[in-house]
Design a protein around this ligand. Structure first.
Ligand code: AMP
Ligand code: ZN
Length: 114
């Protein structure tokens, strides 16, 4: 997808430190962290919203969420973490390529982001 910052990162057009990747997704640090650890899990396939997913996309997101649980300790999240997906304008979604925020590294209490 043209003009998509996350597609550009996935294609290697924007140099970015990739903490983990497999066939489904990459994990990068959020450029504007809202917690001590703030990562983004970004599917390699571009789709803007959960409602626009194909059946394969649903499977990909399911696999990503499970994989995050396996990666938690190596990502520094052994005490827990919060997953968050912003959908659309009211949620403050700024990048129209589905992504999962991974927040942790400290006690988040009831903090919201955006
Ligand atoms: P959202 O508001 O859910 O669409 O989240 C988009 C997130 O992407 C924000 O938290 C941004 O800080 C983050 N972001 C935007 N561009 C980059 C980038 N080049 N590298 C890392 N994170 C980015
Ligand atoms: Zn994209």
């Amino acid at each position: 997808m043209e003009d998509c910052v996350f597609c550009s990162i996935i294609k290697g057009e924007i140099p970015t430190d990739i903490l983990y990747q497999d066939g489904d997704f990459i994990v990068i640090k959020d450029i504007n962290p809202m917690a001590k650890i703030h990562l983004l899990a970004i599917p390699k396939v571009h789709f803007p919203l959960l409602s626009m997913q194909t059946e394969e996309g649903v499977q990909v997101v399911s696999r990503i969420i499970h994989k995050i649980s396996e990666l938690a300790e190596q990502l520094g999240l052994k005490n827990g973490y919060r997953l968050m997906i912003n959908q659309g304008e009211d949620a403050g979604q700024t990048v129209a390529h589905l992504h999962i925020h991974i927040l942790g590294g400290e006690n988040l209490d009831a903090r919201w982001i955006n």
